[in-house]
Design a protein around this ligand. Sequence first.
Ligand SMILES: Cc1cc2nc3c(=O)[nH]c(=O)nc-3n(C[C@H](O)[C@H](O)[C@H](O)COP(=O)(O)OP(=O)(O)OC[C@H]3O[C@@H](n4cnc5c(N)ncnc54)[C@H](O)[C@@H]3O)c2cc1C
Length: 254
Amino acid sequence: MARAAVPGRLNRGASWRVAQLVESREETGTARTLVLEVPDWPGHTPGQHVDVRLTAPDGYRAERSYSIASAAAGNRIELTVQRVPDGEVSPYLIDVFSVGDPVEIRGPVGGWFVWRSADPAPVLLVAGGSGIVPLMAMVRARRAAGSRVPFRLIYSVRTPRDAYFADELRQRARDDGGLDVSYVYTRETPDGWPSAAHRIGVADVNSHGWPAELEPTCFVCGPTGFVETVADILVALGHDSRRVKTERFGPTGG
Ligand SMILES: Cc1cc2nc3c(=O)[nH]c(=O)nc-3n(C[C@H](O)[C@H](O)[C@H](O)COP(=O)(O)OP(=O)(O)OC[C@H]3O[C@@H](n4cnc5c(N)ncnc54)[C@H](O)[C@@H]3O)c2cc1C
């Protein structure tokens, strides 16, 4: 059984734990899900992330943040990593890091961009690319909690091949009552798709989101430009900015 998540914003002073990769699976041609076993994991709330630290043989260290994709489940957490071409950490995690290997992690981090199943407000999730990761944790936690809180997810991807968790989302939209999933394709649509490829705009958020009068909690995650565009649209559509929660997946290295 999962234990209670650490409240508050972490825990930054918390110690590093040595986790072990127990499973790795392909999500898309450029992204993998890494299943980590973390000794004494305190549990997490969906939306939180961890810091991952790599140390080279010469002592050089690199640290990056990765959202947790899984709902709380004992000592296991799942991260889904997108390969950033020429990146320092993500290609290592995808191409080199192997089952049985150790990695240092710290967390869970974050107390604002989180969904709690006791909150009855409807939820709008808007993801751009790998920004789906913490939102998927919310979809999975909703299911695990048996929650009936209405969820709508708008997921923007370049092409159908770039969508993470596509089969699971299809199944959950069918089986988890009250979850709607819609896609926006920016470069290539599936055959017969009713609209041309385009970047997310007011019409998408208006048609597939919630009316502001219902006072949904909105979670927006993805690249910085995407997040800012969607947050501006939501506020223009009348959503209270205090209920528009954002997470930007910008570079975290130094
Ligand atoms: C809170 C938080 C949660 C995150 N969660 C995830 C997650 O769940 N999955 C995931 O794949 N990533 C996530 N990221 C991004 C991740 O932390 C790294 O930034 C990313 O993996 C790139 O690291 P890198 O070392 O491979 O590239 P770097 O060596 O840091 O960068 C290489 C080049 O790519 C650019 N770049 C760096 N990061 C990005 C990016 N995200 N998008 C586009 N260009 C970039 C840099 O400016 C640089 O030019 C998250 C970031 C934050 C802040």
